[in-house]
Design a protein around this ligand. Structure first.
Ligand code: CA
Length: 225
C-alpha cells in the first residue's frame, strides 16, 4: 500500500518509514500538518499514519480537511498513551483506527494490514439495498433516496457488514471483529462512535431511521416494520 506518515518527530518518522518499507509498503513522511495535508490532497495515498500533535496544522484539523475533501485515504491516528479524549475526538473526526504511543512497529504493521483488507464476502451483483439506502460494493458508493452519502472507508466497512444481513443484530464485539479484525472487547466505544457517525450521515436527512440500537445487545439495519 502507499502510506503517508505525518509525524513531526524525525526519529519516529524515520523508524516508521523504514518499518513499513520492510513490510512491503511504499512509505513516505511529512513533518508538519500543512505539508502533510497538501501531500495527501495532491496525491491521495491508500493510508495515512497521522500524529495528532503537529506543527502548523494539528492532526485533527488535517483529518477534518481530508474528510471534507472526501479524500479516500484510510487514516490511523497516533494518540498519546491513555488519552481517551484524543482517541474519541480522532474517531469522531473521521479516523478509521488509532494506535496509542508508544507502540511496537509490528503492531502498526498489523493494523495497516487489517485496514487494507476489505470486509465480508463478495456480493453477487455488488448492490446492497435496505429500504431507500443502496450500496454499490465494488464502487464503494452509497446513496440514500438517490442522494450520494459520503462515507469514510471504515464507515463503509461497518455499513457493509450491517447491510449484508439486514435485520440481524450484531453485538459491538462482533462488529469489532468483523471490521477491525481483532478482539476489541475492551474498546466497544469505537463501535459506538462509528455507529453515531453513520447515523449522522445515513439517517439524519429526514428519512426513516434505518440503523437500530438494541440496548446492551447491539446494532442492526432494517426498514420499519
Ligand atoms: Ca507530535
Amino acid at each position: 500500500m502507499r502510506v503517508l506518515i505525518i509525524e513531526d518527530e524525525p526519529e519516529l518518522a524515520r523508524h516508521i518509514t523504514r518499518a513499513l518499507t520492510r513490510h512491503g509498503h511504499c512509505a513516505s513522511a511529512q513533518r508538519d500538518g500543512a505539508l502533510g495535508l497538501q501531500a495527501a490532497l495532491d496525491d491521495p495515498p491508500d493510508l495515512i499514519v497521522l500524529d495528532l500533535n503537529l506543527p502548523s496544522l494539528d492532526g485533527l484539523a488535517v483529518l477534518q480537511r481530508l474528510r471534507e475533501a472526501q479524500n479516500p485515504a484510510r487514516v490511523i491516528i497516533l494518540t498519546a498513551r491513555g488519552s481517551v479524549e484524543d482517541r474519541v475526538k480522532g474517531l469522531k473526526a473521521g479516523a478509521d483506527d488509532y494506535l496509542p504511543k508508544p507502540f511496537a512497529m509490528d503492531e502498526l504493521a498489523a493494523r495497516i494490514d487489517a485496514l487494507g483488507r476489505r470486509v465480508g464476502a463478495p456480493v453477487a451483483d455488488g448492490l446492497l439495498k435496505v429500504a431507500d439506502l443502496q450500496m454499490n460494493v465494488s464502487q464503494r458508493r452509497v446513496t440514500r433516496a438517490g442522494v450520494p452519502v459520503a462515507l469514510s472507508p471504515r464507515e463503509l466497512d461497518v455499513l457493509q457488514v450491517l447491510m449484508q444481513e439486514p435485520g440481524r443484530v450484531f453485538s459491538r464485539t462482533e462488529l469489532c471483529e468483523r471490521v477491525w479484525q481483532r478482539d476489541h472487547e475492551y474498546d466497544t466505544r469505537t463501535v459506538e462512535i462509528f455507529i453515531t457517525r453513520l447515523r449522522k450521515k445515513v439517517d439524519a436527512n429526514g428519512g426513516e431511521p434505518l440503523i437500530h440500537t438494541l440496548r446492551s445487545v447491539g446494532y442492526s439495519i432494517r426498514a420499519a416494520d
